[in-house]
Design a protein around this ligand. Structure first.
Ligand SMILES: [Zn+2]
Ligand SMILES: [Zn+2]
Length: 116
């Protein structure tokens, strides 16, 4: 008999599923379930995919733990570049608008700017 919530095995429509493939979510009976290192699967393909995914996730975690300046450092450099760009834009704008103090300073220190 099939329960209301539990689905039938994808291979045996008369058999109630006891597990679900961790990779694709297909319902499986005790006969069809493939037990892998990372969970229950419908077959070797899903098992390999999931194990590969788990390994990649582990590698990413290791990289993040080993190199504090690798993954997070990139974003800090990106923020610095964005900040410098913003300052440059503000400085150029100040020079163009002849803002007191800032405008003349920019003209003095950045003579290569195409200012009017
Ligand atoms: Zn599967
Ligand atoms: Zn089955």
């Amino acid at each position: 008999m099939l329960g209301g919530m539990m689905s039938a095995c994808i291979n045996h429509s008369a058999v109630e599923a006891v597990a679900r493939c961790k990779q694709c979510g297909k319902p499986l009976c005790g006969q069809c379930v493939v037990k892998g290192a990372t969970g229950n699967f419908c077959g070797a393909t899903c098992q390999q995919q999931n194990e590969m995914f788990a390994k990649k996730a582990q590698d990413l975690e290791k990289k993040g733990a080993l190199g504090p300046g690798t993954s997070s450092g990139g974003s800090i450099i990106g923020k610095l570049v964005a900040l410098v760009l913003l300052l440059a834009i503000l400085a150029v704008a100040a020079a163009y608008l002849n803002v007191p103090v800032v405008g003349p300073l920019v003209r003095q220190y950045l003579p290569f700017l195409p200012l009017p």
